[in-house]
Design a protein around this ligand. Structure first.
Ligand code: GDP
Ligand code: IMO
Ligand code: MG
Length: 422
């Protein structure tokens, strides 16, 4: 049994798409286990940029099968756009894309409720993709699943029941005009006719593949610190991006997991609201943003930037069971004379041992830093660890020592080929 899980170790956008694409070469199946079109996973290959939101990042390898697992919430509009984008770019998905019949659907009212809630005070800064309201309905047991598309009567009834309630809520709380039930049923019936060939029992597919000795990569979306249970609640997403989510989100047993790789950006970023201990609201933060092109792959929003946060990463390594790290965007730090790493938190002068659970504490903590020398040059064309400038090697080795976890891959550009193994 061999499932390798790839998780984002920070607040998302660590470069998971690039790393999953690279590792897909040695995988038979790549499976997404949670989240939805809130994700934006970028792959740059042969000079072309692909941004994937729902389809796993293994899809660019013609021999690799891709699964959208039961833990994912699927927006038909986003999925159809993505399939069309891949077709336009000459990537065939036929026979390779498998969508779980147990996955939940994002409905138009989920996106409207997400947007309406975001207009209220104290907003999360969501991606507006309807993620929270869809997982809310899943937990409430009123969600509509892919399997419901296969029976027109069931689909019609479920949409009618849901809309009867949602229209009242939308009108009473958010002053939104009622949605037309027949138009919505028609829209989802049309969606079914497009995705019908891809719908299957992915739980059986994955478990049979594992029995046959196939290699499976489980691709996390978002990041550990956005985890619904373990992240900086309530400024989190509504699913479990941490490694434990792969078992429930795919229907595979914990005993099938062979390893967990954490993708770590060489500094920190966060999109949306919520605590961010190492955030730099100054020219240094601006420089990280401009050098790292830190603008969201899904919403285009500016990403907040800061130095690497070791206490947060140690927590992430612990809860995910991360056994190796792929370090991305090392090249971005080439513009700094000095680079800082946060090595510890204090609260009112007292060291903080465990990662705080509440936002108030996280907002109040102070960070302790070590300062390392920068290397002040481009990393273009460097394809070995020993070829890196000495200061860049020291930076990587320092992180490894502080995190007590091996950094097995280093990435130095968006392109697939600019990644080397240590
Ligand atoms: P994901 O959500 O974790 O897949 O990450 P995103 O795709 O949202 O954001 C990562 C961004 O960094 C993308 O634009 C990637 O093309 C880019 N990227 C990935 N690795 C590197 C790297 O090593 N160096 C640079 N400069 N860019 C990278
Ligand atoms: P990838 O997979 C970074 C953030 C949003 C917001 C919070 C909740 O590309 O790393 P949601 O729409 O999920 O209800 O928003 O989570 N967020 C992400 N931030 N990368 C992502 O995905 C994200 N997906 C959601 O900005 O703060
Ligand atoms: Mg992203």
């Amino acid at each position: 049994m061999s499932v390798r899980i790839i998780v984002g170790a920070q607040w998302g956008d660590e470069g998971k798409g690039k790393i999953v694409d690279m590792l897909s070469e040695q995988a038979d199946i790549v499976a997404r286990y949670q989240g939805g079109a809130n994700a934006g996973h970028t792959i740059v290959f042969d000079g072309t940029k692909y941004v994937l939101h729902l389809i796993p990042s293994g899809i660019l390898h013609p021999g690799t099968h891709c699964v959208i697992g039961n833990g994912v919430v699927i927006d038909p509009v986003a999925l159809m756009d993505e399939i069309a984008m891949l077709e336009r770019m000459g990537i065939s998905i036929d026979g390779r894309l498998h969508i779980s019949h147990k996955a939940h659907l994002i409905m138009p009212y989920h996106k409207m409720m997400d947007a309406a809630r975001e207009r209220q005070a104290g907003s999360i800064g969501t991606t507006g993709r309807g993620i929270g309201p869809a997982y809310n309905d899943k937990a409430l047991r009123s969600g509509i699943r892919i399997v419901d598309l296969l029976d027109r009567d069931v689909l019609g009834e479920k949409i009618r029941t849901n809309l009867a309630e949602k229209n009242q809520i939308l009108h009473a709380l958010y002053d939104v005009e009622p949605l037309d039930v027949d138009a919505m049923i028609e829209e989802y019936v049309a969606f079914d006719s497009r995705i019908d060939p891809y719908i299957t029992d992915t739980t059986a597919l994955l478990n049979n593949a594992l029995k046959d000795g196939k290699r499976v990569l489980a691709e996390g979306a978002q990041g550990a610190l956005l985890d619904l249970d373990h992240g900086t609640y309530p400024f989190v997403t509504s699913s479990n991006p941490t490694s434990g989510g792969a078992c429930t989100g795919l229907g595979i047993p914990p005993t099938s997991i062979s390893s967990v790789m954490g993708v770590v950006k060489a500094y920190s970023t966060r999109v949306g609201n919520g605590p961010f201990p190492t955030e730099l609201n100054d020219a240094t933060g601006e420089l990280l943003r401009s050098e790292g092109h830190e603008f969201g792959a899904t919403t285009g929003r500016s990403r907040r930037c800061g130095w690497l946060d070791v206490p947060a990463l140690k927590y992430s390594i612990m809860i995910n069971g991360i056994s190796e790290i792929a370090l991305t965007k090392l090249d971005v730090l080439g513009v700094f004379d000095e680079i800082k790493i946060c090595t510890g938190y204090t609260l009112d002068g007292v060291p903080v041992k465990n990662f705080p659970a509440d936002v108030k504490t996280l907002d109040r903590i102070s960070c302790e830093y070590v300062t390392l020398q920068g290397w002040n040059c481009s990393l273009d064309g460097i394809s070995t660890f020993s070829g890196l400038p000495a200061a860049a090697q020291t930076y990587v080795e320092t992180i490894e020592r502080l995190l007590e976890t091996p950094i097995t891959w280093v990435s130095t550009s968006p392109a697939r080929e600019d990644t080397f193994r240590r």
